[in-house]
Each structure stands twice: as C-alpha cells, then as structure tokens.
Design a protein around this ligand. Sequence first.
Ligand code: AMP
Ligand code: GLY
Length: 420
Amino acid sequence: MNIAVIGGGGREHALVRKFAESGSVNRVLAIPGNAGMSDVAEVIHGVTENDFEAIAGVCLEKDVEWVVVGPEAPLTEGIVDFLEDEHGIKVFGPRKKEAQMESSKAFTKELMEKYDIPTAKFAKFNDYDEAYEYIEAQGAPIVLKKDGLAAGKGVVVATDMDEALAGLDELMGEGTDDGQIVIEEYLDGEEFSLMVLVNEDYTHSFEMIAQDHKRAFDGDTGPNTGGMGAYAPVNHINESHRTEAVEKIIKPIARGMVQEGLKYFGVLYLGAMVTEDGVKVIEFNARFGDPEAQILLSMMDDDLAQVLEKVYRKEPLTLNWKPGCMVGIMLASEGYPKEYAKGKYVEFGNIADQSYISGLSQDMDGHFLTSGGRVLLVTGHGESVDQAVKAAYDNVAQVNFEDGDLFYRKDIAHRALKIK
Ligand code: AMP
Ligand code: GLY
C-alpha cells in the first residue's frame, strides 16, 4: 500500500521512517515533509499541510491508501472531514469535531466533568475582570490556559500571584484576541505521556509510556514549549499508574465520546499527572506527541501500517517494544519559544540516522539551515537510562553550530536519573 504522512516536523520524520521500514508499504509520501526525509519518503514540496485540495490531488494521483495526519492544525481545520467526505480517502486521525479534544480545552473539560474523569478543577472565563477576581480568590499556584491551539505555549503555570496576574495579562490583556481562557487548579506531581490508538469504543494504550520536558530550561524552569526532550520507558513511574490511567481515564473517556455521538479515530495523547490522589488528566491531544513520537516509534518493534489496519478493523492488538531506553534531546533556536532568528547553519551528518528534523531546510548546496523554533531531536539508545542519556549527549556533541545559535537542555531524563 501507499501511505501519505501530512506534516513537516520531527514527529512526521519519525512516522515516515517507521512506514518506510514496513514490509506492507510500497511508497511513503511526505506532504510537505522536510529536508531530512528524502532518503525514506517522496517529499512533496510546495503543498502545505493546510492546502487540503492539493493534498487530495496528490493522494489520488499517487494511489494513496492511507493518509496519516501528524500535526494538530490541519486536524482542527477539518482535513479528515474533507479527504473522507469529498474524496473517499481513508485517513488515520480524528475529524474536526473529535479533534476538539485538543483544540478546545473547555469542550474537553466539560466532557471530563460529565463522565467523572479525574482532572484539575476548572472554570472558564471570557471576561478579564471576572478572571482577575477568580484568581485573587483562588490564590497561587494556579494554571491559566488559552482555549484553542497554542503549540504548547498558551499555558501559564503560575507559582505566585505576580506570575498569575502577569499571565492573565499575557493571555487576556489589551492587545490579545478575545478568546476564552480556562483557569485550573495546580496539580502537583510527576507527568507522563501515554499514546492511545482509538477507534470509537476500541482503545489500545501503548504499553510503554514516555516523559516529555515541557519547560524551556534546565530544572524545569522557563516558559512552556512544545517539548524540549523525551525518553522512554519511564521505569520509575510504576506500571500501576499506567493501568490506572487506562482504566479510569482512557476507557471511560472513549465510552463517553461514543455516548456523546463522537466517533474518534486516531491517536489520542494523554498528558497525565501522578498526584497524591491518583492519576489525573493534564490535557488530551488529538495526535502523537512531538517529541514523544520520535522516541516511542523508534522503540516500537511492530509494523505501524499493520497496526493501523488492526485499529481500523478493531482487532485485538499487542505491541512489542525493543529492550533498553531511548532518550531524545531537542536542539532549539536561541530565543524559542519566544522570538528567534532563522537561517543558521547546522551540521549533523555523522548522527543523521539518530536524529529527527523538526525545523531545518536545505540550501542549494545541501547544507542544513534552521527554519523553526525546535530544530533537531538528537537521540541515544542504551541498555539503561544512564547509558541512553550518555549516548544522546555524546551524539549532541557531534552536532556543529555557531555558539549562541541553538540551545538545549542538559538535564533530559533527570527524574529517572535521580531516582536510583
Ligand atoms: P497543556 O498545554 O495543558 O499540556 O499544559 C502544558 C504544560 O503545563 C503541561 O505539560 C504541564 O507541565 C503544565 N500544566 C498544565 N496544566 C497543569 C496543572 N493543572 N497543574 C500543573 N501543571 C500543569
Ligand atoms: N510534546 C508534547 C506535545 O506534543 O504536545
């Protein structure tokens, strides 16, 4: 079969690599793909992920059987509805309505409330003054989230009142759009990411969890980002917490969606917090995590195309996982997640096969130049987490760039390293 992956970041790089390994896949297309994918996929330059008509044209012309959508933006804009309804193309990814699990925090919070899914207490606000009063009454720590997509950046986790009120100005103050915000109780604990394959009431939760590092700087400080590094498995988080997430969160939310008339098909990403009162939902996303996908798909020992077919047919599934541990370090443009410069040279030829490109393009001579905030995920594998961390940072040392062009966290997997 032929498969098209929509998107052009590191997660999509991992998806096309995985499909290229599959015995049942003839051609892999990447639309629009990126400069690192041409050895494993046919990169369709010039068709953006939001140009649904052009994407449909390519898929029909190239006899694509499955389209797999990587990023949230086209899902939220209805790419699945368009390709299925207008062109009869099979797509792995939720339709617009179901993608609200990610695109609307308020929608998802209400669903969780209705079906008794453990999550932080919350309130919604459209009015600045009312939000201000609520924050004053609740006190800090407190969490403010913009409703709608924000690439991991529309969230303020405020530890004191000054931060909370500054956060309110950032999300709702003068000069911002009129959107709604959700204000949440702060949950204390350790986070993990669980990827779940969902087809209405059918769910298969990955047996292996991952941990991302959302803050920009070492020690989990600085602003929230899309993710600065991840690793898997997370052996110090007990399997009982994963099972609890499956039984108390994943299965009931899938049943709840069905009862609401939602037909979810695709990956559901659970961002979970292990608190003193059990595992609670931080967020859902309507797609694979980035950089979790890079790590988990390289640890997965199965044919992903076959896996999708099984989910489509609602067949029982067991996934197999490679031994050891995989760690990924995100190299990002200096300044990210705020303003950053582009067009900086990066050289990583020696470790290209252990890296996933997030934001790099190529010049006429084939040299790589930065084109985004998150630039390159460099991985390392080892028998233990310590060895994997060392392998990953040894690989990072082989990447050449000018001082001050890129930065990365030096403490990826610190929670796992501290435990032993
Ligand atoms: P979200 O976009 O909802 O995933 O939020 C981004 C990050 O902010 C999460 O990965 C958490 O690290 C943090 N966060 C979000 N909500 C909460 C909460 N209620 N309590 C503590 N931390 C949170
Ligand atoms: N790494 C977090 C996310 O993909 O949202």
